[in-house]
Ligand binder design. Structure first.
Ligand code: HEC
Length: 475
């Protein structure tokens, strides 16, 4: 701290006597790249800002970082970098950035001080970023052939079908997704496509009347011949299932939270959906995924899922609408533990929140996040949250179809719901751990699936987010 005060004093002094400023800061050991800045960049930024990674510039050397000194100051002060969109008032996430307020001050002071390199002897050891798989792969699959990504363009979301490497339902401990060319891959999602033909998500399931009702998932089905074995993978009605997801800089999803693993449905195909964003250079990407197979069946099952339709498919988002609200309410039909969230929307997505209402009436907001189309961030809870049977989860999402949304290609257009990037979605992905024998079909019901009255909440939105989120400082 003393050092920052000194820097502030020095900055004042130097602005008064600019001609001696560099001599003064050199002599007093003011913030330098080697001593103060590089360790912060190694811890917080090189994950993405290194050669071959997603960010367009590397922060590994003084020479490559120096031109960005001022931009770095602005990006960290405005909390634009590192990318993170959760409202710091709710939830503790183990993948939250570790950048502290004091780190931010150091980066700002460095830029203000003329971004000196400092003494080479102060330089920390270079980080050896591991190249290659981070898990021990048992099975590897790849998209069929290299996919060409042009140097310029607005990007595309491409779906590849590959044969499922598992012929039978298989327990896996982790799945790692490795883009061939990380600089152009903004996210990857892996799913086992539904057996039924047609689009992966159905948007027509709107009840005729908006009466909250338990879905049929709660009605006990008669036990008898043909009842599938409990551990078998079944697709809960009205829910989409996700197998794995990749976002730049995120850790590999490991399903072993509490003696848990993921059950991959055997047979058929896997769908690998890749979001490509051109990065100034024409390249070819061949994304691969690796599975670490569990040697023994776990006690618990990890499931990543989302209700297919909480938006009212019949009512499009009006042109120019700045805060279109969608609400959905789910109820847990079994005890579960919540571990992960990933709001998914398209270009007009604005924010999404998840609130739990426990059977005893206690309410807790577990995530309130701004949405940014470029970053399909997942939020991994520090500790699983226990949700007893009959807990309700309320999801509220907003879309911004106004000219204020920088991603909006055409605010004059009314936007329908659907899978295309030009259409909109509300997919509140979340991850739960349940008993290994729990029947996924009975896990959840959508209480108001797609039938919440659509209200135009303009200035009085209950979900008010600060424009600049405060990063949680846990040090
Ligand atoms: C998860 C990956 C990731 C992390 C971590 C990350 N960045 Fe970035 N950064 C990017 C990407 C990608 C871009 C390119 C623009 C974009 O896509 O948002 C970028 C752009 C930038 C820019 C340019 C912004 C502009 O004005 O054009 C700066 C400056 C920057 N990052 C600084 C940082 C700093 C400092 C850190 C660490 C404290 C950091 N970033 C951490 C991915 C990351």
């Amino acid at each position: 701290m003393a050092r920052f005060l000194l820097v502030i004093v020095l900055t004042t002094v130097t602005s008064l006597a600019a001609q001696v400023s560099s001599t003064v800061s050199d002599q007093t050991g003011a913030v330098s790249f080697n001593k103060d800045v590089l360790p912060i960049l190694q811890r917080n930024c090189q994950l993405c800002h290194r050669t071959g990674e997603v960010a367009p510039m590397s922060f590994q050397t003084y020479e490559s970082t120096r031109p960005w000194a001022r931009a770095i100051k602005e990006a960290v002060l405005s909390k634009q970098m590192p990318p993170w969109f959760a409202d710091a008032r709710y939830g503790y996430f183990r993948n939250a950035p570790k950048l502290t307020e004091s780190d931010i001050k150091t980066l700002a002071a460095w830029a203000d001080n003329g971004a000196p390199e400092g003494d080479a002897r102060d330089k920390p050891a270079t980080v050896n970023w591991k190249d290659g798989w981070r898990i021990k792969p048992d099975v590897i699959v790849s998209i069929p052939e290299p996919h060409n990504v042009p140097a310029k363009g607005s990007g595309e979301i491409k779906s590849f079908l590959v044969p499922n490497p598992f012929k039978q339902d298989t327990w896996v401990n982790s799945i790692e997704i490795r883009p061939g060319e990380p600089s152009v891959v903004h996210h990857v999602m892996v799913q086992v496509p539904e057996d039924t033909p047609g689009p992966a998500f159905s948007w027509g399931a709107v009840s005729p009347a908006c009466i909250p009702q338990a879905s049929e998932a709660f009605l006990e089905s008669p036990v008898g011949i043909g009842t599938p074995s409990a551990a078998q993978v079944k697709r809960p009605k009205n829910f989409a299932i996700l197998e794995a997801v990749y976002v730049p800089g995120s850790p590999v999803t490991d399903f072993r939270y509490e003696n848990s693993a993921k059950l991959i449905k055997g047979g058929g195909n896997l769908r690998i959906e890749v979001h490509y964003t051109p990065n100034g250079r024409a390249v070819a990407d061949q994304t691969r995924l690796a599975f670490a197979v569990a040697s023994t069946p776990p006690e618990r099952k990890f499931i990543m899922l989302a209700p297919k339709s909480i938006a009212n498919a019949k009512v499009p988002i009006p042109a120019g609408e700045a805060n279109w609200e969608t609400r959905g309410e789910l109820e847990f039909g079994q005890d579960a533990q919540l571990v992960w969230f990933m709001p998914h929307m398209h270009l007009r997505g604005k924010d999404m929140s998840f609130k739990l209402i426990f059977p005893n009436g206690r309410m807790e907001t577990v995530l309130n996040a701004r949405f940014n189309f470029n970053w399909q961030l997942g939020y991994e809870l520090d500790e699983p949250i226990r949700v007893p049977k009959r807990t309700r989860m309320v999801v509220v999402a907003h879309h911004d179809n106004s000219p204020n949304n920088p991603f909006n290609p055409d605010p004059a257009k009314e936007v329908a719901w659907g899978n295309l990037t030009s259409e909109e979605m509300v997919l509140p992905w979340f991850g739960v751990i349940v008993d290994r024998d729990a029947d996924p079909e009975k896990l959840l019901s959508i209480r108001q699936g797609g039938c919440s009255p659509i209200r135009r909440v303009l200035s009085t939105s209950p979900v008010r987010l600060p424009t600049v989120p405060i990063l949680r400082n846990r040090n």
